[in-house]
Write a protein that binds this ligand. Sequence first.
Ligand SMILES: N=c1c2ncn([C@@H]3O[C@H](COP(=O)(O)OP(=O)(O)OP(=O)(O)O)[C@@H](O)[C@H]3O)c2ncn1[C@@H]1O[C@H](COP(=O)(O)O)[C@@H](O)[C@H]1O
Length: 102
Amino acid sequence: MDPLDRLDATIRARRDAADPGRSYVASLFAKGRPKIAQKVGEEATETVIAALAAPETLAAEAADLVFHLLVLLADAGLGLEDVRAELARREGVSGHDEKASR
Ligand SMILES: N=c1c2ncn([C@@H]3O[C@H](COP(=O)(O)OP(=O)(O)OP(=O)(O)O)[C@@H](O)[C@H]3O)c2ncn1[C@@H]1O[C@H](COP(=O)(O)O)[C@@H](O)[C@H]1O
């Protein structure tokens, strides 16, 4: 299995049955969606700063961002398959027309 799919599955398993005292992911779910969304915003900012000021850290910051984004998706009952389906839907749609196709 691809590491991203494995992480997505782990996150959803933590959501459904894990102790917030033992699992960082479970602790995020316990704090709720506003906190998870805040973390995504912070990690997005750190990713932008890395791209502009410290590109050697960009992959690590992007990993933090993707990780927290997967937690946010899982909290909303979504997963990578939903993002893949949306990206697949956009294939063949011109970037100029994509907004109109939503
Ligand atoms: N990929 C990650 C991952 N990336 C980052 N982090 C954690 O994300 C946190 C982010 O650090 P910050 O300093 O921004 O946050 P903080 O100050 O600790 O927390 P806040 O007070 O801001 O909420 C750190 O505690 C990191 O350890 C991760 N924690 C877990 N995973 C994966 O998730 C799996 C399940 O983790 P657990 O739920 O902890 O078992 C692990 O096996 C990993 O594969």
